[in-house]
Design a protein around this ligand. Structure first.
Ligand SMILES: [Zn+2]
Length: 198
């Protein structure tokens, strides 16, 4: 005969044990699973960040541009990646994130990075940050900070400062002209029946 290891001391005791089993135990298991899952995600994040850093080094060593790399991942698969190609293509917009976004959207045949994660070797500059917002990924993971980049000679703080200033006080002369014609195009867009909103 199997001997019971312990018995309920009272009805209240039994109720407490039942409540624990019914409410707390599943939550504890869920939390443990969640914690393990987070750990696995962090490991994956680190792998993709390492890949972005390797791309940064590759781009730098080949003379393509500055030491910046970017990897875009969807459902655990790399769908676009690249490094800075500013010097290679004489293109001031060919930052790693822009290069990777273009490749990823081509791959997806979509102008949006739905459910994608952008891994970048360095905190995005204002241009890339804007492009990332337009591309609407799930999230961004970056390694080095903009301060690290500034210390290496890639200082984008002046752009952040310029954006905050009124147009008239910016270093770059910016002038507004002919608003009526420009607004007319918006009216046409609004009434365009066959447009694809995005
Ligand atoms: Zn950038």
């Amino acid at each position: 005969m199997v001997q019971r290891l312990w018995r309920y001391r009272s009805k209240a005791h039994k109720r407490i044990i039942y409540t624990f089993n019914a409410l707390i135990a599943p939550k504890a298991i869920f939390l443990l699973y969640f914690k393990l899952n987070i750990k696995e995600m962090q490991t994956q994040d680190q792998q993709y960040i390492k890949r972005a850093i390797a791309l940064a080094r590759k781009g730098m060593d080949s003379g393509a541009g500055g030491p910046f790399g970017c990897v875009i991942v969807k459902d655990g698969q790399v769908i676009g990646e690249g490094h800075n190609e500013v010097l290679l293509n004489n293109d001031p917009t060919a930052h790693a994130e822009i290069v990777a976004i273009r490749r990823a959207t081509q791959h997806l045949q979509s102008f949006q990075l739905n459910d994608c994660i952008v891994y970048t070797s360095c905190e995005p500059c204002p241009m890339c940050l804007g492009a990332i917002y337009w591309a609407r990924p799930l999230k961004v993971v970056y390694a080095a900070t903009k301060h690290d980049a500034a210390a290496a000679g890639f200082d984008d703080s002046f752009i952040y400062e310029e954006i905050e200033l009124p147009v008239a006080r910016r270093k770059l002369p910016i002038q507004q002209l002919s608003t009526e014609d420009a607004v007319e195009v918006f009216s046409e867009w609004k009434s365009k029946s066959d447009k694809k909103p995005y």
